[in-house]
Design a protein around this ligand. Sequence first.
Ligand code: BGC
Length: 740
Amino acid sequence: MKRIVLASICAATGVAGAAMLDDDAAINAARETLAKMTLEEKVSLCGGSGTMTLPAIPRVGINSEWTMSDNSATVRPQMNRWDWGYTKPKSQNTMLPCLSALAATWNTELAYAHGDVLGAEMRDRGVDQLLGPGVNIMRTPLNGRNWEYLSEDPVLAAKMCVPMIKGVQSHNVSTTVKHFCLNNQELERNSVDTICDDRTFNEIYLPAFKAAVKEGGSLSLMTAYNKVNGFWCSENVYLQKAILRDRWGFKGIIVTDWGGQHSCVPGALAGGDVEMNRGDGIVHYVNPKKGTYPLAEAVKEGKVPLETVDEMAFHVLYVMAKTGFLTGADRGKGSRNTKEHQDVARRIGEESVMLLKNDAGVLPLDPAKTRTVLVIGGNADSKQCSKGCSAEGNSPYEITPFAGIKARLDADAKVTLMPLQVATKAAATDTKAAEIAGGHVQKDKDNGAVSDAGALRAAAEAADAVVLFTGTELGYKENMESESRDRVSMNLPPGHDEAIRDILKWNIKKLVVVSRSGTPVGYTWTDEAKTFVQISYLGQEAGHALAAVLFGDVNPSGKLPCTWPKRYEDTAVSQMGTYGKKSVIYKERFYVGYRWHDFKKIEPMFPFGHGLSYTTFGYELSVPKRSLSAADDSVSVSVKVSNTGRVDGKEIVQLYVSALNPKVERCVKDLKGFAKVAVPAGKSANVELAVTPRDLAYYDVLSHRFRADKGEYEILVGASSADIRGKAVVKLESDLVFED
Ligand code: BGC
């Protein structure tokens, strides 16, 4: 096997501009401009001048339109002014892996690099505001947008989104953290009312948004389509004023999701700033097509105070000033699809590959001895970059997994692709069920082509290696993961599992199963598969990234950012009956993902945080100081990680906390920190993680504060949520209360 090189993270991309304007200067610049504006101009700034723009107002020095673009993995081509078509020529931007892949790396430096590429490409194209990252919690495997999000765990989501935001915004542009909040399903997203208790809300669903705003400094935030506790997110005083503005001190733009504004006056009074993609302007802030300003009328009629409109416009001007857009500062040049950007895409892809089973040591495959490879499953050669609705892109190229395997081997190696032998009858699309769930069942990608089982078996037995490819796909048609709809079922369409199980029975010696999906799939055969690799949608370098791991150029180091349940019936939403169309009450409370599995002692297919390597790691834990007394106190947890195998590798050390004898109901354990460390073969490396009293806290609904009760807490350090390698008890000497 080739020696594995542990490459360092690349430096910033593009030509840097001036540093972002400091807060005082930005506030002054925004105030000066605001003072020059008429009421109509202020209102006009609070609504789109096109599908993805805010208006230019040259009279006051806003000389060009402020431009927005989706998403979290690429800078999507620009939209036409008044529709969802792309402007011509369509721009081509680097397609990075999706966010569920980024989270699977657990690598905060790569998260920065991911953001850095996006920021550079925004500058190159003149985009001012990115509509991402999405940080909603993966609450159910059915959510059609899980692949656009980071994790089921608030700490992992928070720690990964912060550097990503910093990377983007280092280019004098704004991110837009979305979708605030409780948008954890796509089913009926435009009408569903989500009802969540205060403790769960604060412990599970708010932390990533809070980190994005307070630590990451995201300059913009997008409200979600759904209602929260009876009120539209875009008209929700509690969410926008009490939490965002008052509690977190957010000064940036609060923008509605596209078409997510319902009425002008309540919207404005509830603390939002910008309404995008409006209709006819009757109940909306502004209709640039007609030049009507209902919000201005509402001010004149005394329904909305002028100060409210001033605040709304101020927030927009503040962001325009911070980024240098308003002040004419040098914002840097940016760059697009450079070799460096392609490398970042590939490296995130490589580090996100999750080796979930390697029981017979089939992986890595030896490229020198692998002369014939049979790839089974048409999805292995299907392109995903241009799919996924607002998360789609127009990448300059896309290496499919099949193309990646071919490219990795010598030209004279024979790599062939055969479709899965799904029996056509069994695989018929269940359109009725799909419609009910608002989704689509995946059709066989081989356009009805199926392999003859005998021919497939003969080809598999003759090949040096067989890569069986399965999973879900992106997009609206015939696919299973997409914005605005959930998956019909956690399982693959009829016929697929049976076809895969048949192949597993053939006992092919070098058989690798690769699954591609942004969220767990209810496969029924993973016990029988000896080698199982999971990837998300990895962007333009997907095939290269996967092949590098399969052939051992890169040692896998991705770990699951969410629990993989054995079946949908094992999940909290299923067992608690908390998934539906009209009003969804989060009755499972904070028992989301591994917290639910721990609580109910339900064994998952693969636990949260699981992922193997081609080497093995030993853990040695030491916690010299065992007591904590003040809020600013901390104990240092040091972990000696030894690489006990023969190849270099990277390990993700995870730290969980468990309250011993708690006064209130607590989860069995909660992730509080992690670190990814590179360890050369036969060597060891030290990881230091700090635990503070705030890490021991829960949200107290009576005092509306986080509170840590005096007592003992167990620190658990491990390679996954189920593979704990060391424990230590620390004592909190006094009760402590935290502001937030
Ligand atoms: C999506 C957002 C997206 C917006 C603009 C909406 O349908 O929910 O995530 O940013 O469209 O494209």
